[in-house]
Design a binder for this molecule. Structure first.
Ligand SMILES: Cc1cc2nc3c(=O)[nH]c(=O)nc-3n(C[C@H](O)[C@H](O)[C@H](O)COP(=O)(O)O)c2cc1C
Length: 357
């Protein structure tokens, strides 16, 4: 997530139960683009065990191939093509979600990438631009170009980040493709994550905003997959997370004002989990100094009550498990979600020419 899930956040989140894979925010690609140094730093400065997928966004095929070849010199698990960013300025340039209106172009980009890169090639897509009508055709393009993994944010571009998530179409992707499929969209608690795995047949989950709010979510889901009860944080544990977040997202050389404003980007996703009435977020969005930020956090969270973080009215209702997959085809999520092996570093070049510093 742009400006949110950077190296500092990955490192912090890892303390609460690391995800199996992380995606960089997208590298913008055009005729004169160079690899963004900050994003590159999140790859080169990650610990060796972390599987990082480098995401790119663009439409100029020679530039996309050039960038992918440059990126695969680094220790990344895969190259991911973004077909989902809904920002109007992005879509107007016919990249990200905007590309979903030009399927021939997607085909040409994937074919060029497929023949150029030697590491896994993955795609993150939405269901379509303003309707889901052509989703099946899109899946056919992914199948034809033999991508190695697909993540489906089960909304259209026009839906932006709200509205109904169409998990049934994730099942469709699972049925049509032979590669693993990750389900994405509004996963905010571990039970719901399990339900989505089960009812879609997806091989894994991608969690965005839910992991900012609840960095424990991956550990909670793993616990449930293993048949154990998930552990929910107390107020004080949440307080400590927020104070660590406050310290770790500080930019070297940034002013206090910039630092506090940056924190607010994260807090917009976290606030409603702490206080569904909105008062906590209201107070946080008005702080002007780090000291004020810390004071509000202490005021609200110096207690030992358990925080579900997601069971509030503003959250999407926990989905029931409709029979989206025929019963005989549905799998109980296995202990291993099978994704990591595909992206073990062994699948990339045996030696990375540009080593991590
Ligand atoms: C602020 C913000 C930045 C995002 N940046 C990216 C991005 O760079 N690449 C990407 O594939 N998705 C990006 N997304 C989309 C998320 O990865 C995810 O698909 C979407 O938020 C739905 O999942 P969630 O409900 O788990 O957050 C971003 C979302 C937000 C809110």
């Amino acid at each position: 997530m742009q400006d949110i899930t950077d190296l500092a956040f990955w490192n912090l989140q890892a303390d609460y139960g690391e995800a199996d894979l992380v995606y960089t925010p997208y590298f913008r690609v055009h005729a004169t683009s160079r690899l963004n140094r900050t994003l590159l730093g999140s790859i080169t400065q990650s610990p060796p065990h972390r599987r990082v997928i480098a995401q790119i966004i663009g439409e100029d095929i020679p530039s996309i191939v050039r960038t992918a070849l440059e990126l695969q010199q680094y220790r990344i698990a895969a190259i991911d093509l973004n077909l989902g960013c809904p920002a109007p300025i992005v879509c107007r340039k016919k990249v990200g979600g905007g590309l979903l209106r030009i399927r021939d172009k997607i085909d040409a980009i994937l074919a060029a990438l497929r023949s150029a890169v030697t590491i896994p090639l993955t795609v993150k897509t939405r269901l379509g631009y303003d309707s889901t009508e052509a989703f099946v055709d899109l899946l056919e393009l992914f199948r034809k170009n033999s991508i190695d993994l697909l993540t489906v944010h089960a909304r259209t571009v026009k839906d932006m980040y709200g509205g109904h998530v169409q998990y049934d179409l994730i099942s469709e992707a699972v049925r049509k493709l032979s590669c693993p499929v990750l389900a994405n969209g509004d996963i905010v608690n571990p039970q719901q994550g399990l339900d989505i795995l089960s009812c879609t047949g997806a091989h894994g989950l991608m969690v965005g905003r839910g992991a900012i709010r609840n960095p424990w979510i991956f550990a909670q889901i793993r616990a449930m997959v293993a048949g154990r009860s998930p552990i929910y944080p107390t107020g004080r544990e949440m307080r400590d997370y927020l104070l660590h977040l406050q310290q770790s997202v500080r930019w070297a050389g940034g002013t206090e004002h910039q630092h506090v404003e940056r924190m607010k980007k994260h807090l917009q996703f976290i606030g409603p989990g702490i206080d569904p009435s909105g008062l906590f977020l209201h107070q946080i969005l008005r702080v002007r100094t780090v000291a004020e930020f810390d004071r509000v956090v202490h005021q609200w969270l110096d207690h030992r009550k358990v925080l579900p973080l997601s069971l509030h009215s503003e959250d999407p209702p926990a989905i029931s498990v409709p029979h989206l997959m025929p019963e005989e085809k549905r799998e109980k999520p296995s202990r291993e979600l099978r994704i990591p092996e595909l992206f073990s570093h062994g699948t990339g070049p045996s030696k990375w020419p540009l080593e991590v510093r």
